[in-house]
Design a protein around this ligand. Structure first.
Ligand SMILES: Cc1cc2nc3c(=O)[nH]c(=O)nc-3n(C[C@H](O)[C@H](O)[C@H](O)COP(=O)(O)OP(=O)(O)OC[C@H]3O[C@@H](n4cnc5c(N)ncnc54)[C@H](O)[C@@H]3O)c2cc1C
Ligand code: SF4
Length: 326
């Protein structure tokens, strides 16, 4: 690890001022990803600004929306009574990730910005990686790519986004609140992460120095009937091969509304618009779920080792929705 200066901000404005006045700064949440990357010298910030003392409350607004401070820990969010009962998909997604010890440290802001688990990205010594070193190439494309993307990838990068929580936030139409040198603004969660295109090193819509201050969950009655299913190599402590965050409203056997997002398949949490569009007004049957899942995966492009993910995603979508139908 290279040497760095450490600062603790009293509030968001001070954090942003510090970030704007020094080059190569990073905000520090729980450190569960950033510190690992610094140990490997993949990240080399000159200054770390600890933001764990800021924005660590969960507030339920009068209109039923929930505002979650960026420094709220993953554990506190998953265990919050309002989240467990009204947004079970979010609680389950968080509990499907990492370990209790990591969830106790990890923050909501840090979870959104955790980096890919592509093995070649972490191999700072020997691998070519456009995300780590733009223009150097991508060893995953023709290498061992079992965990890599089947949707939305580019010749420059085939990595997947590793977060479970972000998949649920995408299905819930969450809104990311940020503040920065040019003032506060909001970004819809579905637009927050980028597809790789020819700049996989640029992963989100955040501008330099911008701080995530909160995540807003709009009130959504549909989220009461929601769940998260994660398929992985081991029952715990493993990232998703494919995951599904789903919520559904069924009236008289017909789908009145549905929200669905996929994890483990793309460079960003993948909102399954095709599934949603095709299912509304259809009978809530396994056959209809399967047809919609097939349409969503129609443009999937497998790599050498991960064609299995296409059928896995189809089956996981259909099974997860079927489980939610009364
Ligand atoms: C062994 C292991 C297993 C894991 N398994 C899973 C899993 O199965 N599923 C899963 O989803 N995750 C998993 N994780 C990842 C874990 O969830 C992330 O490391 C964690 O969410 C990152 O949060 P953090 O607060 O520690 O972020 P940090 O490591 O502190 O920061 C991560 C990034 O976010 C930036 N940042 C932090 N806060 C802010 C802010 N407020 N505004 C702007 N930028 C900010 C930092 O500068 C840094 O770039 C695993 C991690 C480990 C180590
Ligand atoms: S898939 Fe992306 S992160 Fe992995 S080696 Fe290629 S460019 Fe790097």
């Amino acid at each position: 690890m290279e040497s760095f200066t450490f600062a603790r901000a009293a509030d968001a404005r001070e954090a942003i001022a510090l970030a704007s006045s020094r080059s190569e700064t990073r905000y520090l949440g729980g450190g569960t990803n950033l510190v690992d990357l610094m140990r490997e010298t993949i990240e080399r910030p000159r200054t770390l600004i600890d933001v764990t003392g800021l924005a660590n409350e969960i507030a339920v607004r009068g209109d039923g929306a929930v505002v979650i401070g960026a420094a709220v820990t993953n554990t506190a969010l998953a265990e919050h009574r309002h989240i467990r009962t009204l947004y079970p998909v979010l609680s389950r997604a968080i509990l499907a990730g990492a370990s209790a010890q990591i969830r106790n440290m990890a923050t909501v802001g840090g979870n959104l910005l955790q980096r890919t688990r592509c093995y070649y990205f972490y191999d700072n010594e020997a691998a070519a990686c456009n995300k780590r070193a733009p223009g150097s190439g991508c060893d995953a494309r023709d290498g061992f790519n079992r965990i890599h993307a089947i949707l939305g990838a580019s010749p420059a990068c085939v990595a997947t986004h590793p977060s479970d929580m972000c998949v649920a936030l995408s299905a819930l139409d969450a809104i990311v609140h940020v503040d920065g040198p040019n003032g506060p603004r909001t970004i819809p969660m579905t637009d927050f992460h980028r597809l790789p295109e020819d700049r996989p090193d640029i992963e989100t819509m955040l501008e330099t120095g911008e701080l995530i201050t909160a995540i807003e969950l709009p009130a959504a009655a549909i989220a009461r009937r929601s769940t998260y299913r994660k398929v992985r190599d081991r029952a715990s402590y493993a990232f998703a091969l494919v995951s599904v965050a789903a919520a559904i409203d069924v009236q008289d056997g017909v789908v009145a509304d549905v929200r669905l997002a996929l994890g483990g398949v793309a460079h960003k949490p993948w909102r399954a618009h095709q599934v949603e569009r095709l299912l509304v007004g259809q009978p809530a049957t396994h056959a209809a779920f399967r047809v919609a899942a097939e349409a969503e995966l129609a443009d999937a492009v497998p790599l050498r080792d991960n064609a299995f993910k296409i059928e896995l995603a189809r089956r996981t979508i259909a099974a997860t929705l079927a489980d939610l139908v009364p």
